[in-house]
Write a protein that binds this ligand. Structure first.
Ligand code: NDP
Length: 498
């Protein structure tokens, strides 16, 4: 039973805010304040998912028939509204997900950038013309929407990830059912409010909250859903990819990572140190692009470790709303349990706990899911902490004799999302770029980040299907149709061969 003081949020279907058929809700609390209930959300069912898909299907032809530049006008209005609500929404992210307010503001900006970029595509969305091999014939391509698409998102970027899928999906003329992570439904509600206020026609965007196992699964299994864009763990992504592929849907899954920085002996150490600390501990290590491994060339190892331990000890752990904060709480109790379990595993495996390793529960920390930044040294590639995604502020440090050994260690994992090298030597940088197995490669910069007009995504178990963002997003959210027009006066005497 939900307390009267707690606001209840509804699903958004066919342009209306509605209760779930289940008649049930669930509540979420703030990671920095376990006793603060942020709201009650619909505990939706497979039946709700089916209704949301029907609403999206109903709106499909109208939205697909709206010229793309006119669709763009809705996105520009959404951009304006999001800009006006940016501070409120950034605070919602911090309170709901836990990340520092500066990171949350950056996340809202990222969402604004992708909406702006996608709106611009409304006046491009290029096909091409090419000479036909036949006389009196024009051949060209044109883009069409897929129809209804499902967007399934994780909790760690509760505004940016839905936005970076939604904006290209909408500009291409698709209608959408959004299923956000159960842990962060409030940010998703606010994003949908923005698009509603921007004048998106009813049914073009639908939101249902509730468990992935029932709601998400029903979307994946629905015959009417023609494309699925998923971001989340490799485990769930693998299940969704196989289920969707079996039904011949267009699939895009962005998944886990185990991103490594390689530090060569000739690097600018100050620059590298800053990048490693930001990458490993920023947003409490809960970014998909976070740095979870540092592979250090022998000649610079001792100097790096001295400075890294010193710098880490100065990080301030606090509520994400504190303006001075470096490390805020983990997003949930289950995240805290998982991170602590991996710290235990690392110790048992024989890695050396060089810094941190404890959950914090004294004083104000008792209200949230706090853990110290943690550094393991003497890590070897066969250890679980070297191979598995921990998704918290835990850094594993390796030694390497040279660049080739460092790249071998970097590549020796199932993941391939983001990567980085610090060196002043151009040939080494290019050798690295040409051999490292990662979808995003940085030189003298952290493993973090990405710009919305460039593709984002991973190799191996980190990503499958077309890349997100950039022009690739239009490729995913549209089908290319090939058109031949014969304008000859007379019938052709020879039939085509195929
Ligand atoms: P999960 O895989 O647990 O969940 C992701 C989404 O899938 C949630 O909305 C979840 O719903 C839903 N879901 C769960 N089970 C099913 C199912 N059977 N069918 C359909 N949908 C389902 O990931 P997390 O939310 O824990 O996110 C963290 C992960 O996301 C990390 O591995 C991280 O690396 C990855 N990530 C990858 C990025 C990339 O671009 N490569 C970017 C950001 C994060 P519910 O919440 O209800 O369980």
């Amino acid at each position: 039973m939900v307390d009267q003081q707690v606001k209840t949020y509804q699903n958004y279907l066919g342009g209306q805010w509605l209760d779930s058929n289940s008649g049930q809700t669930y509540t979420i609390t703030s990671p920095a304040s376990k006793s603060t209930v942020l709201g009650a959300f619909q505990f939706s069912t497979a039946e709700d998912a089916t209704q949301a898909v029907a609403a999206a299907q109903e709106a499909s032809s109208g939205w697909a028939g709206t010229p793309a530049p006119a669709r763009a006008q809705v996105l520009y209005r959404a951009l304006d509204i999001l800009s006006k609500r940016s501070e409120e929404i950034a605070r919602t992210i911090t309170i709901e997900e836990g990340k520092p307010l500066a990171d949350a503001r950056g996340e809202v900006k990222r969402a604004m950038n992708i909406i702006e970029y996608a709106a611009g595509e409304g006046r491009r969305m290029f096909g091409y013309t090419t000479p036909s091999e036949l006389p009196s014939t024009i051949a060209y391509t044109v883009r069409r929407p897929l129809g209804v698409v499902a967007i399934i998102t994780p909790w760690n970027f509760p505004i940016a990830i839905p936005a970076w899928k939604l904006a290209p999906a909408l500009i291409c003329g698709n209608t959408v059912v959004l299923k956000p992570a159960s842990a962060t439904p409030l940010s998703a509600v606010k994003l949908v409010e923005v698009f509603e206020e921007a004048g998106l026609p009813p049914g073009v965007l639908n939101l249902i909250t509730g468990p992935g196992s029932s709601v998400g699964n029903a979307l994946v299994e629905s015959q009417l859903v023609r494309g699925i864009s998923f971001t989340g763990s490799t485990e769930i992504g693998t299940e969704i990819y196989s289920a969707g592929a079996r039904l011949l849907k267009k699939m895009q899954c962005e998944m886990g990572g185990k991103n490594a920085v390689i530090l060569l002996a000739d690097a600018d150490l100050d620059k590298a140190l800053e990048g490693i600390v930001q990458g490993a501990f920023g947003s409490t290590g809960q970014r998909c692009t976070a740095t979870s491994r540092v592979i250090v060339e022998e000649g610079i190892y001792d100097e790096l470790m001295d400075q890294l331990l010193d710098r880490t000890a100065k990080l301030k752990i606090d509520d994400g709303l504190d303006p001075e904060v470096d490390i805020s709480p983990l997003s949930s109790e289950s995240q805290l349990q998982k991170v602590m379990e991996y710290i235990g595993i690392g110790t048992e495996e024989g890695a050396r706990l060089a810094y941190g390793g404890h959950a914090l529960s004294e004083g104000d920390y008792s209200q949230g899911y706090y853990v110290e930044p943690t550094i393991f040294t003497e890590v070897t590639p066969d250890m679980r902490i070297a191979q598995e995604e921990i998704f918290g502020p835990v850094l594993t440090v390796f030694r390497a004799g040279d660049l080739d050994e460092a790249v071998r260690i970097s590549n020796d994992v199932q993941f391939g999302l983001s990567s980085s090298v610090y060196t002043r030597d151009l040939p080494s940088a290019f050798r690295y770029i040409n051999t490292v197995e990662a979808g995003m490669v940085h030189v003298n910069a952290p493993t973090l980040g990405g710009e919305v007009h460039l593709p984002f995504g991973g190799l191996k178990s980190s990503g499958v299907g077309q890349r997100e963002q950039g022009v690739e997003a239009v490729d995913f959210f549209s089908e290319v149709i090939t058109v031949y027009i014969d304008y000859a006066d007379e019938a052709r005497t020879q039939a085509p061969f195929i």
